[in-house]
Design a binder for this molecule. Sequence first.
Ligand code: FBP
Length: 302
Amino acid sequence: MTSTVEGILANYAGETPGVIGNLRRLMLHGRLGGTGKLVILPVDQGFEHGPARTFAPNPAGYDPAYHAKLAVESGCNGYAAPLGFLESIAHEYAGRIPLILKVNNSDTLGGPESPISALTSAVPDALRLGCAAIGFTIYPGSEHRNVMYEQLRNLIREARDVGLPTILWAYARGKMPKEAETSVDVIAYAAQIACQLGAHIVKVKPPTGVVWQEAAKKAYESIPTETLEERIRHVVQCCFEGKRIVIFSGGASKGYDAVVDDIRAIHAGGGFGSIVGRNAFQREHGESLKLLSDIMEIYEGA
Ligand code: FBP
C-alpha cells in the first residue's frame, strides 16, 4: 500500500524533503493512510458563507473543537480551517491529525463580480500551529485573478522553503454565470492553472457536462464528458496526466445517495479523493460519521 504513496510522491521529485515529507504525512494518515487517497474535512464556511448558514443545521458545529474531533474520529487525512478555528484547537490536535491552515479567505458580504480573498494568515502561523500544509484559494474568472496568482507565487515559495506544501482551492468565479463555474472545460482549465502555479494538491468542484467557453467547444467534441466519471478522468488528465494530486469538493448539503454517487464517480474516474465539508459537519454527528465512513470505504475499494 505504501508503494502507492511512494509512486505518487515520485511525481514530486523536484520538491524539498520537507514538502515531500508533509505530503507523505497527509497520505499516510487516517483510515485511508497508505492508499494514495485523501479525505479532508474543510471548515472555512463560517467565514466564507457566514455562521448561521454554516452551523445552524447542526449547532454543535459553532464550537471549533467539534470539527477537529470529527476529523480525527472519522479518520480523515487532514483538517483544514482558517486561523481562528485552528488557533483554538491546535494545542490539542497538532500532531494528532495533519492540520492545514487556510491562509486566505473571502466573505460573502461584498459583491460577487470581482472576488478576491484577503490574506488572513501567513506561513509563520502555519509553522507555529504545527500544520502540515497551507491552503489558498484562487478565483480564475475574477478580474483580480492575476493579483491572486502573484500572491500565490510568493507564498508557495515561502512555504516550500520551510517544507510546507500548498493545497490550492481553484474556484472559477467572477464574470461568468453560475453554470460556467462548474462546467467541465472551466473546471479543467482552473485545475490546470492551479498545477501550473505550483500547487502540490489541487481542489476543484466536480464538473458538470456543460462546455462553456465557445473557443473550447471544438476540442471537447472528441473528449468523452457524458458521465461524471469521464469528466473526473479528464480533470485528472489536465492535472499533468495525474502527476498532481487532485481532489474534489462535496458542495452544499445534499442527500446521502447523491453524495455517495459522486464519490463513486470520483473514485472510478481516478480522482485522488475528496474534501467534504458541509455534507459532513452539517449532519447530526452519528450520521456524519457514517457518511464519512461510507465515503472512505468507496475510496478503499480497488
Ligand atoms: P464543502 O464540501 O462544504 O463544499 O467545502 C469545500 C469548500 O471548498 C470549502 O472549503 C469552501 O468554503 C466551500 O467549499 C466553498 O463553497 P462555495 O463555492 O459553495 O462557496
